[in-house]
Every structure is written in structure tokens, then in C-alpha cells.
Write a protein that binds this ligand. Structure first.
Ligand code: HEC
Ligand code: HEC
Length: 450
């Protein structure tokens, strides 16, 4: 009897381990959840470990402040990691390089955020000051590196074009570190707010312009372009990015954490379906998402990001290894020039403030009444419950009566959103302007349920 059980157990173990042995070939959302936070670490260290703990030296302090952790969070827009991360906030992790351990960033620096007291993986980090973080860490490391491009102009947004243009100057089309005879166009004033990952599972195309197929995976591997990574190293991680893809496609939208008036929301549903659904789709079990890309003339929001994908950039990028990825029909996942911006799904829209691709509108209310949009504003960049505006749905802000002083230090200036600047217009999307105040309130109440 004992022997038989033993043999049975052994067979079971063999079967299970055969299953496990095959598993690495299959994309795994669990492995992807680790990969987006730097396990395995795919990029080499950029800064020494000590640079983070000593950041206060860049703040003009003579000793480490007692509230160092809080001040780090507020100055750079970082969130505590809810996982073991050697005391580092989300988005930074330790990595081993040829000269020892150091620090680098991962996807969660931009793709994990906080709202109404919760930290949420997959939410764009709307508090991040990427430029100040990189400047301070590099200064603290005494790194002689001066990037020729700016990484961000205003908090919570990124320029996604120029870093790729710069990093591709080192490589040929097949990513060899030989330099090349092409030059991607640099852009100016591109302001992009990382979209929530939980929308991906509804989309057929992605990115704000809708120019990339949602199943394309290599495109996110531009995050590995540092010249310290060999082409072999980058390409080897294609399976890791398949895991990441499985993970980002599995994320669900967070539920609205405050009370909802169900009767008002029901009224709003009807209005939404009449006025908004043709672009944003319908919700619930039979929900349909039309994946509509709306031309710049019709949408009227800031054209800078859409225009930064120049014909030349698209043509060159489509010849690189990143676009040599087979799609299900045997063709390639190429990047397309689109006429404008994709109307995003609105699941979890309560959490994704500020709104539009350039984060120029702090609340849903102001999205739906273009006359009420503030021209110059700032906010706490904290993400506690009291920083959330449950009436207008979005961030509580302070409206300012003029643009920031030219003398303000750059990190202070980046706290202020000035919609008169290029790339930062808050115009367009006037589809809610004709709603009455009551109707608008009902639509907002409905949006809380998505
Ligand atoms: C420095 C900030 C930053 C980092 C780091 C970053 N991203 Fe992004 N990501 C962005 C921005 C900004 C966009 C929007 C680009 C656009 O469309 O203009 C974006 C878009 C995306 C999208 C498309 C979302 C959608 O719905 O259209 C995916 C998927 C994505 N990133 C995955 C990743 C992965 C995986 C990593 C890590 C390997 C990563 N990103 C690292 C800033 C970042
Ligand atoms: C003609 C198509 C169209 C219609 C109609 C439309 N929208 Fe939009 N909407 C868009 C597009 C496109 C964007 C993205 C614009 C951008 O980012 O520049 C957008 C953005 C938004 C956003 C911001 C989303 C984000 O994550 O930044 C909200 C909220 C929104 N719309 C709500 C509504 C509501 C509510 C209605 C109905 C009153 C509506 N829209 C009608 C096309 C439309």
C-alpha cells in the first residue's frame, strides 16, 4: 500500500514538474507582475545605492531630515512599495552591474500611482517629477552624465519621444551598438500622462494616438535601450515582456471608494449612452468599446503629442527590431500614424485624473464643462483621501492667477500646470458643454460606477 501511494505520488510529482518545466514557454501574468518591478532586473544600475539615502544633500539641508521618507515622496512623487524592496519606493530597485550593486528604475516608476489613500499598480503616476528625480540622483552620484534631452516638463507627465530618439543614436536598426546613419527627429514640448494599464484589455490599439497594436510587445522594450545593454541582452528578454504583457492585460480597474447615488447614476447612464458612448463605448457585462480614434480637428485637444510622431520617426522605427514582431496574421506589428487621439475606455476613470493625454484638466467636471477649466493651477501632489475631490471627480487643486515666476527653481515650476504653454493646452473635447448642470452631475455620478 505504502509503495503504491509512493508510486502514485511520484507519478504526480513527475507530471507536475513536467508541467512546470513547460511553463517558462508560456507567458505568465504572475511572472509579469514581478518583472514590471525589476525582477529580473533587466537594466544595469544607473546610480550608486547611497545616492538615494543621501538625496537630502541636494535639498540644501545640512543633515538628514527626520521626515526624509515623506519628503522624498513629496518632492519626487514616489510611493512606498507594498512589497520587499530594500527600503526603496516603488519604481526604483537594486540591480547588479559589472561594478557591483546599484539603483535603477522600473516600469512602476511611471505606471504605479496613488489616489484617495490607495497605491495602485497600473495607474499612471500623476505625481511623478521624473526630471527632478533623475537630476538629483545623478548630481548626488557625481555622474558626469548630462542628458541632451529633457525627460519631463511638468509633474505627472513624461516626454516619451526624445529619450528614444536619443538612445537610438547609439544603435543601428538591429540594435547593434555601432551607431547608424539615420537620425530620429527630436520633438519639443511633448507632454504625455501614462495611461492606466487596466484599459489595455478593452483596446485593440494602444498609446494615446492609438498607433500601436495592443498585442505588440517589443515596443515596450525601448525601456531597455540604455547603451549598457547589448542587443543580445535586450532580445533575450522578449519572453519577459510576454509575461509583462500577460500581466498588464490581466489588471482590473479599481472601484470607486466613496458613496454613489444609485438613482442619479442611473439617470447619468442614459445620458452617457446618448452623448458619449459612440466614442467611449458602453459598460457592464455586454459593454462594447468602439476603439475610436478621433481626428485632431474634431477633438481639439493639444496636437503636440500626436504631431511628435513624425512620418520620418514612424518610418525609421518601423525598420527597427522593435517593429519586426509577427502578428497573428503573419504580418508585422508596425506603428501607424493616426489622425488624432483614441477615445480611452472610462473604466476606473475616477482614479485617472488629471485628464486628457497631457494631464491638462484636473477633474471630470472640467472635462465636461470646458468653460470651467483652470488656466494655471497646482496641487498638493499628496494622494490622501482629503486630496481627492469627490464632487468634481479628480484632484483638489489651487487655481493660480498667473503663470509661475521665471525665477522659481525648475522643480518648483514643474509643480505648476500652465495651460498657455506649448503641449499643455486644455482646449477641446467640448462634448459635455451643452449638458445642463443637473445632467452633468448625473453623468459624473454614472462615471463613478465604471
Ligand atoms: C518614464 C516613465 C515610463 C516608464 C519607466 C515606463 N512607461 Fe510605459 N508609458 C509611459 C507613457 C508616458 C506612456 C504613454 C505614451 C503615449 O502614448 O504618449 C506609456 C505607455 C505605455 C503602455 C500603453 C498603455 C495604453 O493603454 O496605451 C504600455 C503597455 C506601457 N507603457 C508599458 C510599460 C512597461 C511594460 C514598462 C516597463 C518595461 C514601461 N511602460 C515603462 C511612461 C513610462
Ligand atoms: C467624438 C468622440 C468623443 C465624444 C462624443 C466624447 N469623447 Fe470623451 N474623449 C474623446 C477623446 C478622443 C478623448 C482623449 C482626448 C485627449 O486625450 O486628448 C476623450 C477623453 C475623455 C476623458 C478623459 C479620459 C482620460 O483618461 O484622460 C473623459 C473623462 C471623457 N472623455 C468623458 C467623456 C464624456 C462623459 C462624454 C460625453 C459627455 C464624452 N467624453 C464624449 C472622444 C470623445
Amino acid at each position: 500500500m505504502r509503495v503504491r501511494i509512493g508510486a502514485f505520488a511520484l507519478a504526480a510529482i513527475l507530471l507536475v514538474s513536467a508541467g512546470l518545466a513547460q511553463e517558462p514557454g508560456k507567458p505568465s501574468a504572475q511572472r509579469g507582475a514581478l518583472a514590471v518591478r525589476g525582477q529580473p532586473a533587466m537594466n544595469p544600475p544607473t546610480w550608486p545605492i547611497s545616492a538615494f539615502a543621501d538625496l537630502w544633500q541636494q535639498w540644501g539641508e545640512s543633515e538628514k531630515p527626520a521626515d526624509f521618507d515623506r519628503r522624498v515622496r513629496e518632492r519626487y512623487g514616489l510611493h512606498p512599495a507594498a512589497y520587499e524592496n530594500a527600503g526603496l519606493p516603488m519604481g526604483l530597485h537594486q540591480a547588479q552591474g559589472s561594478f557591483g550593486k546599484g539603483l535603477t528604475n522600473d516600469c512602476l516608476l511611471c505606471h504605479a500611482g496613488g489616489v484617495a489613500g490607495q497605491s495602485i499598480i497600473g495607474l499612471g503616476n500623476s505625481a511623478l517629477d521624473l526630471q527632478t528625480l533623475f537630476d538629483d540622483l545623478s548630481a548626488q552620484s557625481k555622474l558626469p552624465i548630462k542628458l541632451p534631452v529633457q525627460l519631463s516638463y511638468v509633474r505627472g507627465t513624461i516626454d516619451p519621444v526624445n529619450p528614444v530618439t536619443f538612445l537610438m543614436t547609439f544603435r543601428d536598426l538591429d540594435l547593434n551598438l555601432t551607431g547608424n546613419d539615420f537620425q530620429l527627429d527630436y520633438s519639443k514640448d511633448v507632454v504625455s500622462d501614462p495611461p492606466a494599464w487596466w484599459h489595455l484589455k478593452r483596446k485593440t490599439t494602444r498609446n494615446w494616438t492609438g498607433g500601436v497594436n495592443v498585442n505588440a510587445m517589443r515596443i515596450d522594450m525601448v525601456n531597455l535601450l540604455t547603451p549598457l545593454n547589448s542587443p543580445q541582452h535586450i532580445k533575450k528578454h522578449e519572453t519577459t515582456f510576454a509575461d509583462i504583457h500577460a500581466f498588464v492585460m490581466s489588471i482590473e480597474a479599481p472601484k470607486y471608494p466613496f458613496a454613489i447615488d444609485a438613482t442619479l447614476a442611473e439617470k447619468g447612464r442614459g445620458l452617457f449612452n446618448e452623448t458619449c458612448a459612440r466614442c467611449h463605448g458602453t459598460y457592464g457585462p455586454d459593454g462594447k468599446y468602439p476603439n475610436k480614434i478621433v481626428a485632431l480637428d474634431t477633438i481639439g485637444t493639444d496636437p503636440t503629442l500626436a504631431r511628435s510622431l513624425t512620418g520620418k520617426n514612424i518610418e525609421i522605427l518601423n525598420k527597427t527590431w522593435f517593429a519586426q514582431e509577427k502578428n497573428a496574421d503573419g504580418g508585422w506589428y508596425t506603428i501607424a500614424k493616426t489622425p488624432g487621439y483614441q477615445a480611452p475606455p472610462l473604466d476606473g476613470v475616477w482614479a485617472t485624473a488629471p485628464y486628457f493625454h497631457n494631464a491638462s484638466v484636473p477633474t471630470v467636471y472640467q472635462v465636461l464643462d470646458s468653460r470651467s477649466r483652470p488656466r494655471v493651477f497646482t496641487r498638493s501632489f499628496r494622494w490622501e483621501k482629503e486630496d481627492y475631490d469627490t464632487e468634481k471627480l479628480g484632484w483638489k487643486i489651487t487655481v493660480l492667477d498667473r503663470p509661475p515666476d521665471a525665477e522659481l527653481p525648475p522643480h518648483e515650476r514643474r509643480r505648476i500646470y500652465d495651460t498657455s504653454l506649448p503641449g499643455r493646452s486644455n482646449a477641446g473635447h467640448t462634448f459635455g458643454d451643452d449638458l445642463t448642470a443637473e445632467q452633468r452631475q448625473a453623468v459624473i455620478e454614472y462615471l463613478k460606477t465604471l
